[in-house]
Write a protein that binds this ligand. Structure first.
Ligand SMILES: Nc1ncnc2c1ncn2[C@@H]1O[C@H](COP(=O)(O)OP(=O)(O)OP(=O)(O)O)[C@@H](O)[C@H]1O
Length: 590
């Protein structure tokens, strides 16, 4: 099956090591071959339900699956350095790291070089259609706070884009701007700092890319050329590799046929290759925080020409996981002071404490743009919450997947290990499945996403690493196999469907034993998106006194700009934004 064939040589070597098999071939008999044949026995294409006993049994296959699933649980970045760790029969194994010098991804030398993105125009501009609810975006209430906000535009013509940009917008299938574009484009073009919040899938990426590219074009940015130090005019930061790559592809699309050259840098790929790409010329540098800091620290990127700093998924970029990196970034030698650069922040969620923190990075007169309710779920996603107990989840998932057939479905789980378990379980049940999480090698992550995008594997089991920003055509369903621990994460996860006016469905397994702390905020999110709230959930929500970190009178949403004196100052402190899913899962972000 797909997952199995993706197990890398290194992983196989490692498994052989665990099994005391010094031979080089994974398939060389013994336990190894029993595992392989047991997987192969199940190969076929029919979809059926079954009573998989995966993960609970002992015996050879169970042990081996454990070993596979718990491979490389060494963390990345500042929270997880120190060697490869893997658990096997409750033990931990540490392997010395081979420094790869990229300062980001601890572990063996990374040799992976991704295939170049397709060059043909039809691939560059490939897009999906807007959905039946696209025009309803216009009914969403918009609030811009701060002084002297520029007037919104109603059409792309009013955006004053140069000819090549306009042409690229048209080729992308954009006919009219979404609300975040109508308001965001003129704000950015007017040179203002911006904190923007708009629902998932509503076009935030183009809202910042178009005015930046337009400004660079109209200022006659120098065509990029080889130099030992590159001086980009814009830096865009996002929390995950796949998301920053997607943003880069969008930048490349809108800049097509112009002299503006976007480049992407992220962990998990060969550093030498990355540096060579940057040195060829770089106007818009897209990166994950660690790799960006690394490349700046190596003196390959100078900041003297920097005019735009964009934080996508800004609340994530400024929470406790990434805040130190962001502070490092803005204090890098040569980084223009906030008064000298334009700083732009975008997300679908903005906890108030993060808003206050974000203000440190912005000019005091920044504008706050809220499209709809800050932190609200996309109302184009039909949300269902099903009460489950821990042990019935797998069977319920199988039942559910029988109804979705070959429609694309993302299944979110809490940990990397359960991502492997569930994906393998589904493969055994003949559901073509792949998985993405922070312990998979970059090559595997990209293949998984590719197979999911192409429909070869219509089911993608994912951890929080895929919760934010990913824009994948035809994702009709999201399943929260495990509930996330924060409501914001829920909003982002279900936002992988129902994008750009299309409709989607999200089914969440709610286990009262573990998920009660989420109940009240979930009720509010459901009600806010005009969804049916199950009465049992309401009961749990309103009897959930004493649950840790839950303020019964607290607000789920920041109603608006915290500078207006939102609930932040008046109410008892809210639980800190806990990306506990990420924290509990070691390291899912880079
Ligand atoms: N004006 C438009 N007309 C048609 N399609 C658009 C328009 N704006 C954006 N899109 C498309 O809508 C999809 C979603 O856009 P995008 O990924 O920027 O959403 P987002 O708001 O950043 O979502 P998320 O919060 O999940 O990151 C993309 O495929 C994008 O190309």
């Amino acid at each position: 099956m797909e997952l199995w064939s993706e197990i890398s040589k290194d992983q196989k070597k490692f498994l052989n090591f665990l099994l005391g098999n010094s031979g080089s071939s994974w398939n060389s008999g013994g336990q190894q071959s029993s595992f392989k044949s047991s997987i192969n026995d199940n190969e076929g294409s029919s979809w059926k339900s079954g009573s998989g006993d995966f993960g609970l049994r002992g015996g050879k296959r169970g042990e081996l699956l454990c070993a596979v699933s718990s491979k490389w649980s060494g963390g990345r970045g500042s929270r997880g350095r120190g060697g490869y760790r893997t658990s096997f029969n409750s033990g931990f194994f540490f392997f010395p790291q081979e420094g790869n010098g990229d300062g980001v991804t601890a572990g063996p030398k990374v040799v992976y070089v991704p295939p170049p993105p397709p060059e043909e125009e039809s691939s560059v501009f490939a897009h999906y259609e807007t959905g039946i609810n696209f025009d309803k975006y216009d009914d969403i209430l918009v609030d811009v706070s701060g002084s002297n906000s520029p007037k919104a535009i109603m059409t792309f013509e009013e955006a004053g884009l140069c000819e090549s940009l306009s042409r690229n917008v048209t080729k992308s299938g954009y006919v009219k701007p979404t609300p975040v574009q109508k308001h965001g484009i003129p704000i950015i073009s007017a040179g203002r700092d911006l904190m923007a919040c708009a629902q998932t899938g509503s076009g935030k990426t183009a809202a910042f890319l178009l005015p930046i590219l337009q400004q660079l074009m109209s200022d006659g940015v120098a065509a990029s050329k080889f130099s030992e130090v590159q001086e980009p005019e814009a830096i865009i930061v996002a929390p995950t590799r796949e998301l920053i790559n997607q943003i880069y592809l969008e930048a490349r699309k809108f800049a097509y046929g112009t002299c503006v050259r976007p480049v992407v840098v992220y962990g998990g790929i060969n550093t030498g290759y990355t540096i060579r790409e940057v040195l060829k010329g770089c106007n818009v540098l897209c990166g994950t925080p660690g790799r960006l800091l690394d490349i700046i620290g190596r003196g390959k990127v100078g900041l003297s020409k920097l005019r735009y700093l964009v934080l996508d998924e800004a609340d994530r970029m400024l929470d406790m996981g990434f805040e130190p990196d962001m502070r490092k970034l803005v204090s890098s030698p040569g980084m223009p002071a906030k008064e000298e650069r334009q700083t732009l922040m975008f997300s679908a969620t903005y906890p108030e404490d993060i808003q206050r923190l974000a203000a440190d990075f912005l000019k005091t007169d920044y504008l706050f743009l809220a499209v709809g309710v800050v932190g609200g779920a996309c109302s184009d996603v039909e949300q269902h919450i099903i009460q489950v107990d821990q042990y019935s989840k797998r069977e319920q998932l199988l039942e559910l997947l029988k109804t979705t057939g070959t429609e694309r479905t993302m299944v979110f789980v809490e940990t990397k290990r359960s991502a492997d378990f569930i994906a393998t379980f589904l493969c055994q049940e003949k559901v073509p499945t792949t998985s993405i999480h922070g312990d998979r090698e970059q090559r595997e992550r990209e293949k998984a996403l590719g197979d999911f995008r192409s429909g070869q594997c219509p089911v993608l089991v994912a951890t929080s690493v895929a919760a934010r920003g990913l824009d994948i055509e035809h994702v009709q369903h999201v399943v929260n196999f495990d509930m996330p621990s924060s409501i914001d994460e829920y909003v982002h996860r279900i936002g992988r469907t129902g994008r750009c006016g299309n409709t989607g469905r999200a089914v969440s397994f709610f286990n009262p034993e573990s998920d009660t702390p989420l109940a009240r905020s979930l009720v509010k999110v459901l009600a806010g998106a005009q969804q049916e709230v199950p009465s049992w959930l309401e009961e749990i929500a309103f009897s959930a006194h004493g649950t840790t970190g839950f303020n019964p009178y607290g607000k789920v949403f920041a109603s608006t700009d915290t500078r207006k004196g939102g609930s932040f100052q008046k109410e008892p402190p809210q639980p800190a934004v806990q990306n506990t899913s990420a924290a509990a899962d070691d390291e899912e972000w880079e």
